[in-house]
Design a protein around this ligand. Structure first.
Ligand SMILES: *[C@@H]1O[C@H](CO)[C@@H](O)[C@H](O)[C@H]1NC(C)=O
Ligand SMILES: *[C@@H]1O[C@H](CO)[C@@H](O)[C@H](O)[C@H]1NC(C)=O
Ligand SMILES: *[C@@H]1O[C@H](CO)[C@@H](O)[C@H](O)[C@H]1NC(C)=O
Length: 231
């Protein structure tokens, strides 16, 4: 991905991340009922999964990510910034062709597109063990392994970590340190949008080059986050 595109995307991501942190601060997001609209939307897009409560929670998280990215609230995310990540990070070798089937004529990403991209990610099929490996090696928060295992947290639930939910992070996963919550939120968002940090078959650590590339992307994002002060 060329640097300017990656930077643009990261500003975008970090701005909506910041916004969502602000937005939901102080709100008690306990046992919330699924809204009828998200149920019917998921049933329209993905009939086999719409009876599944866990899938619905992940779908609501994807909707919330989409909503934060969709600055002008027209229901779609502009495709310009996503070209880079389609090509580089999701391994679509011919992004133009992909765009055409992916976006139709309007060149925008809808909730449905984002859901389908997410379902096509190998992370969606990760087992609990693979998520724990991610937690230890990539997020570097091994102390929460037990909570993740207790909750049977597998890859399909990853989007829920990418959006603010104090019930999940504090109450269920027992993350009492605010910095840990932010760290895992950022890394989960990265993993949901861009796929696994590294090819799993090589382990998270051994592919040094990829690791360095990845870290620099995150670091650039974090740096800009402070410079532009999105929050
Ligand atoms: C995930 O697993 C399902 C069921 O085994 C399979 O149909 C699907 O292709 C897998 N997706 C990916 C991205 O590997
Ligand atoms: C992940 O967990 C969900 C809900 O518990 C389950 O439906 C799904 O089959 C699991 N996926 C994998 C790959 O184990
Ligand atoms: C937050 O997480 C909890 C526990 O996993 C879940 O029951 C609740 O529905 C989530 N809230 C939202 C708004 O997704």
């Amino acid at each position: 991905m060329d640097f300017s595109k990656s930077v643009t995307l990261w500003i975008l991501c970090l701005c909506f991340l910041g916004e969502s942190l602000m937005e939901k601060q102080g709100s008690v997001d306990g046992e919330q009922q699924h809204t009828d609209s998200s149920v019917s939307e998921l049933c329209r897009i993905d009939k086999p999964l719409c009876k599944d409560d866990n899938a619905l929670l992940s779908f609501e998280a994807i909707c919330s990510i989409h909503k934060q990215m969709d600055d002008d609230a027209n229901g779609n995310v502009d495709v310009l910034e996503t070209d880079g990540f389609l090509r580089e990070d999701l391994n679509y070798h011919d992004p133009k062709a992909k765009h055409n089937s992916f976006h139709g004529d309007d060149q925008f990403i809808s909730v449905e597109d984002l859901w389908n991209v997410w379902k096509g990610s190998e992370v969606f099929n990760w087992t609990v063990d693979e998520v724990v490996e991610w937690l230890i090696a990539y997020v570097e928060l091994p102390q929460y392994e037990e909570s993740f295992r207790k909750m049977n947290f597998n890859g399909s639930a990853m989007p829920r970590l990418a959006v603010k939910n104090a019930t999940l992070t504090v109450t269920v996963l027992k993350m009492l340190d605010r910095n840990h919550v932010q760290k895992i939120q950022l890394k989960a968002l990265d993993t949901v949008l861009f796929g696994p940090p590294l090819s799993k078959s090589h382990g998270f650590r051994s592919a040094v080059h990829a690791d360095v590339k990845r870290l620099s992307r995150v670091d650039a994002g974090v740096m800009l986050f402070y410079i532009y002060g999105c929050v």
